[in-house]
Design a binder for this molecule. Sequence first.
Ligand code: NAD
Length: 311
Amino acid sequence: DNKRKVGIVGSGLIGGSWAMLFTAAGFKVYMYDIDDKLVADALKDIQRQLQNLEKIGMLRGSDAADVQFSGISGGTSLEECVRGSVYVQECVPEQLSLKRKVFEQLDAVLDDATIVASSTSTMVPSTFMSGLKHAQNCLVSHPVNPPYFVPAVEIVPSPWTSEAVVSKTEDIMTEIGQEPIVFKKEHPGFGLNRIQYSILNECYHLIKDGVLSADGVDKLMKFGLGPRYAWMGPLETAVLNAEGMRSYLERYSHIMHSVSADLKGPADWSLPAAEPIIQQLDQLFPLDKLKERRQWRDERLIAFAALRDQM
Ligand code: NAD
């Protein structure tokens, strides 16, 4: 058949999500892992998820769940995974030595026409893509969990990635319905985690300094910044809160300055320093109820994605 092919390397949580996104968009998918049992279990899980999404009316793409599922195959041949693929998404565990090893294995079987993207959340691409024969074809495409309902993908080139590969990756992400955010260069934490950690650091200080409870901090986000940021970024939010950014800064820059000068910077997240925060959170969100709570979260993300599709 004339479907384009993609390869997925690693059939865990993120590998399975990518497989579902690609098959929904009409790609043929080969999912590779180091053990046949892992691949078989992953396929079973994907089938169950696709059927469930179809049942609740949230299946992506226009094909039925069983048709989408038939577009995914898998096994333990890296060569077969890569051969003829326009794009390969690496999804192995987050360890630098393993990423390096897998990229070297991929480099040995790659040809010039195939792009290879890493799902890494935290590692800048140059730390495991240096010296590869096909370094110009390699980059990071960092998804946000769960990718089926949270569309952002950070596209981060290494110093050697070609511009054509970056723009082709951007096109592929758009084609499968994700929202690519293209970085001009690599940067520690990329963008999402830099912003996320700045928020977490300030939450920590508000609690540790006895200003707010953990519940109070979460409420501020849930009922304050969260709803604002659900549809807009922080910059557009500022623009709309005044008559444009110039006017926002004329009004508020001195306040931004004095509050920012008081921020405490990196928090001490080590144990036991973070113990008081952990204790509050364990009370608010009992550890034996996290499974139900995750289910609750996923249902809300699904409802939110549906709402976004309507707008
Ligand atoms: P996971 O543990 O669920 O899956 C990893 C898979 O890789 C397993 O199936 C494992 O068998 C397989 N694997 C191990 N060694 C391998 C090898 N040598 N070759 C091929 N496959 C191998 O992990 P995950 O949560 O899916 O994370 C995968 C990547 O995605 C990581 O880099 C992670 O940082 C990134 N990521 C994770 C999330 C998240 O929320 N879980 C979000 C964004 C990005």
